[in-house]
Write a protein that binds this ligand. Structure first.
Ligand SMILES: Nc1ncnc2c1ncn2[C@@H]1O[C@H](COP(=O)(O)OP(=O)(O)OP(=O)(O)O)[C@@H](O)[C@H]1O
Ligand SMILES: [Mg+2]
Length: 266
């Protein structure tokens, strides 16, 4: 059984008295513990697809299932990390990270070591008692990521989670995500505009096209990753491998083709 299953999913929005097809008959099965990255031009429906898995939006037709169950709304087994930092401004870093655990009814004694672990992992030590407005954008996103990891969800839904981070922090986070996926594998649907990030992180990269949003290609990276043992190499070394640069170029070409053949929303 797939962890996430999109079956003939279409999403139509009303637009100026007409119908706008944001997603057109999407079929995608994400296996349990699989890491799938979505790439595609702006407006191709990546966020819409992720929001449907999160239970924040619903298909006009077709079906979205998580763990074999039709998605009816949000649930604690699915954590979402959005592009914008969704922190509670009146709570500190520590309280924000503990928020999900609180909602799940985890006792303060059990929360503490988990929260401390993620404060340390995300490089937030010394900022535990700061409020979101006292943090940089990158730090706020690290708090949001720590909060979603800490509840140990079966499914992680991430919409450009590293988009706002500086290059150096982004690399640290990418390596951290790979390390976490190794010790604690989970199902991830991950949206990014960085082909490099998609190839480095994902088992499969889904290339989408727009107007209407469709799946163009699905590229399997697992064989390459295991053959060349990327997980044992530093990220910089992986990104310099000829096989990596070749695949990155190939997907970039696909995206260029997709963009050239679909009208821009602007
Ligand atoms: N609530 C809505 N009402 C009307 N149209 C919408 C709504 N949500 C999304 N759309 C449209 O659906 C299309 C897909 O939007 P979506 O946000 O999923 O794209 P995206 O691939 O995530 O883009 P980006 O890379 O810019 O984040 C867009 O053309 C958008 O304008
Ligand atoms: Mg989006």
């Amino acid at each position: 059984m797939s962890a996430i299953s999109f079956s003939k999913v279409s999403r139509v929005y009303p637009s100026d008295g007409r119908e706008f097809v944001a997603l057109d008959s999407i079929d995608l099965e994400v296996a349990d513990k699989e890491f799938v990255a979505l790439v595609g031009p702006s407006g191709c429906g990546k966020t819409t697809l992720l929001r449907m898995a999160a239970g924040l939006d619903f298909p006009t037709s077709g079906s979205v299932k998580v763990g074999g169950q039709e998605v009816m709304g949000p649930g604690p087994e699915r954590a979402v990390v959005f592009q914008q930092f969704a922190l509670l401004p009146w709570k500190t870093v520590r309280q924000n990270i503990a928020f999900g655990l609180n909602c799940m009814g985890v006792s303060a004694a059990k929360q503490a070591p988990v929260v401390e672990r993620y404060i340390s992992l995300m490089g937030l030590t010394g900022h535990e008692n700061a409020y979101p407005h006292q943090l940089s954008g990158g730090m706020q996103q690290r708090v949001a990521i720590a909060r979603s990891y800490s509840i140990d969800p079966a499914v992680l839904l991430m919409d450009e989670p590293f988009g706002a981070l500086d290059a150096q922090t982004r690399i640290v986070m990418q390596e951290e995500l790979v390390r976490l996926s190794r010790v604690n594998p989970r199902t991830v649907l991950f949206i990014t505009h960085s082909v490099e990030e998609a190839v480095y992180l994902a088992d499969r990269v889904v290339v989408m096209s727009r107007h209407p949003g469709r799946i163009k290609e699905i590229i399997d990276v697992t064989k390459l990753r295991s053959e060349e043992q990327w997980a044992d190499l530093p990220i910089e070394a992986v990104m310099e491998l000829p096989s990596f640069t070749h695949l990155r170029a190939e997907i970039s070409r696909m995206l260029k083709h997709v963009k050239a053949n679909s009208p821009s929303p602007i």
